[in-house]
Write a protein that binds this ligand. Structure first.
Ligand code: MN
Length: 147
């Protein structure tokens, strides 16, 4: 049972006692990602989980969709977020809502880490890849990340 009530943030090391974790164990085909770390702030005792993700320069999260929603608040750096047929340039304190079953991806759009909080249901479905045809129908201006 998680008993932590406080975690000090250190700019160079993140929250004390909250280790850096893998973003995803593996990337299924079509769901590749680059330079993403996860810190789990709260994952017990509630119907939601609160996670912090940080994407390095030129990094990006999986392009994916799922039935659960994301409530995101940017904390650090500059990002570019695809949500369905919209693209948002985000900076600290901006809020992003990813509704159910909407394709989405987070990209770093700057030279420093792009960090954001992301709240999700504790019980949630597994992300699925976005069909390339569906993506092509949604958006034409979202830059494809280059490896
Ligand atoms: Mn997602």
């Amino acid at each position: 049972m998680e008993t932590r009530r406080f975690a000090r943030y250190r700019p160079d090391g993140g929250w004390e006692g909250i280790p850096e974790a893998e973003y995803k164990r593996q990337a299924p085909e079509g769901m590749e990602f680059r330079s993403v770390i996860r810190r789990e702030l709260l994952t017990t005792g509630a119907a939601f989980h609160m996670r912090y993700f940080e994407i390095g320069p030129r990094g990006y999260s999986s392009l994916e969709r799922h039935d659960h929603v994301h409530a995101v608040v940017c904390l650090r750096g500059a990002g570019r977020v695809l949500v369905g047929d919209e693209i948002f340039e985000v900076r600290p304190f901006d809020f992003v809502h990813v509704p159910a079953d909407v394709p989405h991806q987070f990209q770093n759009a700057g030279e420093e880490p792009f960090g954001f909080l992301c709240v999700v249901d504790a019980a949630r479905d597994t992300p699925r890849r976005v069909d390339p045809d569906d993506l092509a129908a949604l958006v034409c201006e979202f830059p494809t990340p280059t490896a």
